[in-house]
Write a protein that binds this ligand. Structure first.
Ligand code: ADP
Ligand code: MG
Length: 334
């Protein structure tokens, strides 16, 4: 594998006023597995990270928290619901025009109003501490996500972001669609097929081999083997000596293939791989192996998992374990 310059990863997440009364602080590693019971806010947490990364400024973020900030390892940040102290400090070191430019480029949706210009001008010429006023103004732009232009470019052009929700996978697995020629398939198999075709086309043999090796470690449990040749791929069932297509496999097998091929397709890119309850449909032994398989297929990506199942970390990933109870605190405001 080529050695890459160190590109920024996600360092931490700070959330204020989650559901109006909770705060969160969480530090990420290369692999972070957040474990908690139903209704603890795991899916919400993952969606929040995803929304910040993809700059999805819809009602969703506004409805679930007052403020959220993802810090990156290069000390830049992505924030929602106001500017951060770091951002403010940087702003104070600039001239009026630069301050306005910086605010503008930090969020293209934010219109720098006359009012805002006046506030910033006041801040310099009258030496008034108007940071509260700025925050008030920003509160009117509650749906704005702030980041520096360079960070935005990095995320848009270089960072690959994958959000894998097993709930969606299960839904898609049962959802049949007609793709023409009287062929009916389901969304999961269609998505898997897309990923497979892209993997088979890809020139990078390394990731293809890694995928094949890891999927076969898993399929070995049920005496099956994954094969590909030219543009075709299939699973050979040693019990029946038959070739099986995707649609003939169990939901756990299909889910696993989808997850692993998606990881392989990320290739050398820096990436954030978000997974919501990957354990659904997987028996215990696969739950224990999935992280190892993912890491062996692709070592570049940062993995963030929310799950019910501590089994996910059992096979060598105890350091990645985070109990959701230890990162959420009840705040005093609610
Ligand atoms: N806007 C909201 N305001 C207050 N509570 C909410 C809101 N949205 C979700 N919740 C709470 O969050 C819980 C669901 O969180 P979720 O992230 O789906 O949990 P998990 O994935 O851990 O099961 C719900 O049980 C509900 O109590
Ligand atoms: Mg959930």
């Amino acid at each position: 594998m080529t050695s890459l310059p160190t590109l920024p990863k996600i360092k931490s997440l700070r959330v204020k006023g989650l559901f109006g009364y909770k705060d969160i602080f969480l530090e990420f590693k290369d692999v972070t597995v957040i474990v908690g019971k139903n209704g603890m806010g795991k899916t919400t947490l993952l969606k929040l990270i995803h929304s910040l990364l993809i700059n999805k400024t819809d009602e969703y973020l506004v409805s679930i928290c007052d403020f959220a900030e993802l810090s990156l390892t290069n000390n830049e940040s992505i924030s929602f619901g106001g500017i951060t102290d770091d951002f403010k400090k940087n702003l104070l070191e600039l001239s009026v025009n630069e301050r306005i430019e910086d605010l503008k480029t930090s969020n293209k949706k934010l219109k720098i109003t006359k009012e805002m210009t006046k506030i910033i001008t006041d801040m310099i010429f009258n030496d008034v501490d108007v940071s509260n006023k700025i925050n008030d103004t920003l509160k009117m732009h509650k749906d704005a996500i702030f980041y520096k232009e360079a960070t935005e470019k990095y995320i848009r052009n270089e960072l690959k972001i994958r959000y894998i929700s097993t709930v969606n996978i299960s839904f898609n697995a049962d959802n049949n669609i007609d793709v023409g020629n009287s062929i009916s398939t389901n969304l999961l198999d269609l998505a898997t097929d897309n990923e497979m075709r892209s993997l088979l086309k890809n020139n990078n043999q390394l990731y293809r081999d890694a995928f094949l090796k890891q999927i076969n470690v898993m399929l070995n449990d049920t005496n099956k083997q994954f094969f590909y040749a030219d543009n075709e791929y299939w699973v050979y069932d040693e019990n029946t000596s038959k070739r099986l297509s995707l649609s003939q496999l169990s939901s756990g097998e299909r889910q696993l293939i989808y997850i692993l091929v998606t990881a392989a397709n990320i290739g050398d890119s820096p990436a954030v791989f978000l997974m919501d309850e990957p354990e659904i449909s997987l028996h215990l032994s696969w739950q224990e192996k999935i992280l190892d398989a993912l890491r062996k297929i692709n070592n570049n990506m940062q993995i963030i998992i929310v799950t019910h199942s501590p089994a996910i970390v059992m096979n060598g990933y105890m350091d990645s374990y985070v109990d959701i109870k230890n990162i959420i605190t009840r705040n005093n405001h609610g």
